[in-house]
Design a protein around this ligand. Structure first.
Ligand code: SF4
Ligand code: F3S
Length: 104
């Protein structure tokens, strides 16, 4: 599976959404996640993200991200069409360690 990491938080550009062939993204208030059981590992979303938030599960610490993505995917609504990114998305683009800001 692929996962969305904390680089997405408060950026939520949503360029990833439209390319997913199985529509396995789920939307929170300030970020999105991948349903890791629905993801078919095609990888087409990874290069679409302007802030490089999407990673394969071969990265170090991937188990943490897989669990976090799946937990939220099971309660957040599905999103299959790109909406409007936050007005201040660009201000958050290069901020590290945004995990504590993640919406529940
Ligand atoms: Fe969707 Fe493919 Fe990205 Fe998985 S890797 S979330 S199937 S676009
Ligand atoms: Fe987030 Fe990047 Fe998609 S910022 S919504 S993972 S394009």
């Amino acid at each position: 599976t692929y996962v969305v990491t904390d680089a997405c938080i408060n950026c939520k550009y949503q360029d990833c959404i439209e390319v997913c062939p199985v529509d396995c993204f789920y939307e929170g208030e300030n970020t999105i996640v991948i349903n890791t059981e629905e993801c078919i590992d095609c990888g087409v979303c990874e290069p679409e993200c302007p802030v490089d938030a999407i990673k394969p599960d071969t990265i170090p610490n991937s188990a943490f991200w897989v669990e976090l993505n799946q937990k939220h995917a099971e309660s957040w609504p599905n999103i299959s069409e790109k909406g409007t990114p936050p007005a201040d998305a660009d201000d958050w683009a290069n901020k590290p360690d945004k995990l504590s800001l993640m919406s529940e």
